[in-house]
Design a protein around this ligand. Structure first.
Ligand code: CUK
Ligand code: CUA
Length: 770
């Protein structure tokens, strides 16, 4: 099913609903409930407003058609939201510690952040700009997401199986970066271009040697799809002139095997206003054109594999002289201070806008290729790189408006959308025939824009999101720092319609990408014992009954488990100065049954999704009593999901005896508790009969809930036996407590079983197959 069909079927439903409402209003003027007309009147809504609401409203329990991944700018994160509802679904921590996800608190995730260390320093934030979804045959496959860090030149890999950051790689050659992440048609490579020129590899050189020693470049990170990781050893870079390389894009279909990176400040100007020199912004925008870099990456990969490279910081770099000699690098003039470079879905055209040129340029790939093949060059740049004559490759120059930046494509052939930063508008235009079609004001100062699958070989149309740089007066004021404003625009008909303003209160997003929701196949649980950051089974996986506390000198190692509603062990006693390592496994199989774990005052915290094993470590250097607890409201007895860390001061002498249970429960109490268990079991049996009497296996949600219920009930056996043993010995106090635990497991099983039963009832499940 295509996205547009999903979208239009939702619209049809919305309209049918709307028509039904209006019909109802007309039919029963005596209705006491508030009618749509009354609400519309009271709230002062226009017909246009009601239409926009109907187009964006996703009824409770229903889901969005598309999922957007937005960069989180200086938050270092990725923001995930649904379209058309614009409901935020997740923040993915990438370059920054994030307690809610345990990221940067658990040892396993600290190891990921540690990959991003630079010069021996922890870098605990990032400036994320451009997310890219992995592609197969030029379309999103929904398996991986890549995102760059502009401030600290790095690239991160997020696995869309669980929406977690798995890898961070540090650029071995650049000092800053901007033109990434963009992927090749089958995700062979992820591109990352330098931004501000500097000596490759990070050495010192005075600015007076800018032209000689300072360089730009572009890195092709090799992605191993099976492993789901970038392979730095198989990656390579291309040395480029110090032209402030900016955005990049890979060719596709017609232009497969090539990549494009534009630049600004090809003037190679160095400011220094405090030294009496005109500032960067004047010197870097003096010329009428900058340069588009055209790179044959397939051939470059062969050149790198053949070893015709210089090794800088252990990384292969194809130097400019080699690139020129091998015929893999060309330049084309492009409009002044360009920003976006966006290849059309068929790969035939490349659209580039100059921020300071009111024209957007459309380049013809056929013409570029012909010029390269015929060696039809207008000259060379100061480094000897052939320059292709702009006139010979330009397809069209279209005046769209002021401050054009980025371009995205429509499902309709030849239709594109370009952001107009200065005009605060979105332009819809025909890039093949060079015609402006429509312009829509947005609020305010649009940066990137995004259509559905808008940078693939198969854009879906339907919606466009305008990623605005300023919100100004759009929302209730919340202090001088305003939220961002993502505006949803309907592009399904001839006239663009603004549908919705979404305040985004996290960093300043740059680019976003949106994928059909159905392509994503995230998991709901891990195999028990999974180290989620490596995907491997942790050596510290702990099953029920295997919990233990071991001491080796000053090192105390805990292997524990989490399950509703207790942490095992419930008491951890150590000596002052001990190094404590706690490995925890969440034994749950039930969907959404995450547990947290924190030890107060020790900065210890984590998040355990079903099946996950993760580790927290600390030195118990402060003696005292430290309650620990689960931080997720996971069950009715969540508050009781607790324990104590006792840190005994050095030289402490015991003042009291062992922890002894008070003898206060009697035989009558025990029998009362057992009766409760027996009654509960009768309820469970009824539910089991209902479920197994139906074809529950045909209903995956009900089947999973039922499986979880059976598992919970299985845990009741142990406490039941203990209760009976204690009762047989006449220890009714202990027997009553164990019977209480037996009952806890029954209650959890009943809760899950009832949810399964409700699910089957709602689905109208038929009788079991004989
Ligand atoms: S950039 Cu910010 S609006 Cu980093 Cu793609 Cu254009
Ligand atoms: Cu587990 Cu609260």
């Amino acid at each position: 099913m295509t996205g547009s069909r999903i979208g239009s079927s939702r619209l049809v439903r919305a309209f049918v609903g709307f028509a039904a409402w209006v019909g109802l209003v007309a039919a029963s003027s005596l209705a006491t409930a508030q009618t749509l007309q009354q609400v519309v009147k009271e709230r002062g809504l226009s017909q246009q407003d009601v239409l926009a609401a109907a187009k964006t409203y996703v009824p409770t329990g229903e889901r969005d058609d598309y999922i957007a991944f937005s960069s989180g700018g200086q938050s270092g994160m990725v923001i995930v939201y649904g379209i058309p509802s614009m409901r935020i679904l997740k923040y993915i921590a990438v370059f920054n510690p994030e307690p809610w996800q345990g990221y940067g608190f658990e040892e396993e995730s600290k190891a990921v952040l540690a990959q991003g260390r630079m010069n021996g320093r922890d870098i605990t934030w990032g400036d994320t700009h451009h997310p890219a979804i992995s592609e197969t045959n030029g379309d999103y496959d929904g398996k991986y997401l890549f995102i760059n860090d502009k401030a600290n030149p790095r690239m991160a890999v997020i696995d869309l199986h669980d929406f977690e950051t798995k890898q961070i790689v540090v650029s071995p050659v650049f000092q800053s970066e901007h033109g990434g992440a963009f992927v090749s048609e089958n995700t062979e490579y992820v591109i990352q271009a330098a931004q501000y020129a500097a000596p490759l590899g990070g050495e010192y050189s005075p600015l007076e040697r800018f032209n000689e020693d300072y360089r730009g470049g572009v890195t092709y990170w090799k992605f191993n799809r099976e492993k789901g990781r970038i392979e730095p050893g198989n990656s390579f870079s291309l040395e480029l002139p110090p032209y402030s390389q900016d955005l990049s894009d890979f060719g596709k279909l017609a232009s497969t095997g090539w990549s494009f990176t534009n630049s600004f400040c090809s003037e190679r100007y160095v400011g220094g206003i405090e030294r009496g020199r005109p500032p960067f912004e004047a010197g870097c925008s003096a010329k009428d054109t900058d340069y588009l870099h055209v790179i044959n990456w397939k051939k470059a990969a062969q050149v790198a594999a053949a070893g015709k490279t210089k090794t800088i910081n252990g990384h292969k770099v194809i130097m400019m002289d080699t690139a020129i000699a091998e015929g893999i690098l060309f330049l084309i003039p492009e409009p002044k201070s360009p920003h976006g470079v966006d290849v059309s879905p068929d790969g035939e055209y490349i659209v580039i806008s100059g921020k300071l040129d009111s024209h957007t340029y459309v380049y013809s790939w056929k013409k570029i290729k012909a010029a390269i093949d015929a060696k039809n060059f207008a000259g060379k740049d100061p480094y000897g790189i052939p320059i292709i004559d702009l006139k010979t490759v330009l397809h069209a120059q279209v005046p769209l408006g002021l401050g054009p930046l980025h371009t995205q494509y429509d499902s309709k052939k030849g239709i594109a959308y370009t952001s107009l930063y200065v005009d605060s508008m979105v332009a819809r235009w025909d890039y093949i025939n060079g015609k402006l079609l429509d312009r829509l004001p947005i609020h305010y100062n649009i940066g990137h824009l995004m259509t559905m699958h808008g940078d693939t070989v198969k854009p879906r149309g339907d919606y466009l999101v305008s990623l605005n740089k300023l919100a100004i007066d759009r929302f209730q004021p919340v202090g001088p720092l305003h939220p961002q404003n993502h505006q949803l625009i309907d592009i399904g008909s001839d006239k663009m319609q603004l549908l919705y303003d979404m305040p985004l209160p996290l960093g300043e997003p740059h680019y976003s990408v949106a994928i059909e929701a159905g392509i994503l196949k995230p998991g709901v649980r891990y195999k028990v014992g999974t180290n989620t950051r490596t995907g491997e089974i942790s050596p510290h996986k702990t099953r029920a009954g295997e919990e233990r506390i071991e001491r080796n000198g000053k090192k105390v190692t805990v292997h524990g488990t989490l399950i509703r509603s207790h942490i095992t062990p419930e008491i951890i006693e150590v000596d002052e100065g001990d190094e404590v390592t706690i490995h925890l496994t969440n034994l749950e199989r039930a969907e959404d049954q995450t547990h947290g774990f924190t030890v107060g005052k020790y900065n210890v915290n984590g998040s355990w999704e079903p099946g996950k094993t993760a580790t927290v470590k600390f030195t118990a250097d402060t003696p005292g009593v430290f309650p620990y607890y689960c931080t997720e409201f996971c069950s009715a007895l969540h508050l009781e999901m607790q324990g104590y860390l006792l840190v005994k001061p050095t030289g402490y002498k015991a003042k009291v005896g062992d922890l002894m249970p008070k003898e206060e429960y009697t035989k009558a109490d025990y029998e009362k508790q057992v009766k409760a268990c027996v009654d509960t079991q009768a309820v469970i049996n009824g539910v089991v009969e209902y479920i197994t009497g139906r074809d529950y296996q045909a209903h995956p949600v009900a089947a999973a809930l039922f499986e979880d219920a059976a598992e919970q009930l299985g845990y009741a056996e142990g406490p039941k036996k203990k209760a009976e043993e204690e009762a047989a010995k006449g220890n009714y106090h202990s027997a009553t407590l164990w019977a209480g635990q037996w009952w806890q497991y029954q209650v959890k099983a009943a809760d899950l079983g009832l949810r399964a039963k409700t699910n089957l009832e709602q689905a109208g499940a038929g009788p079991a197959k004989k």
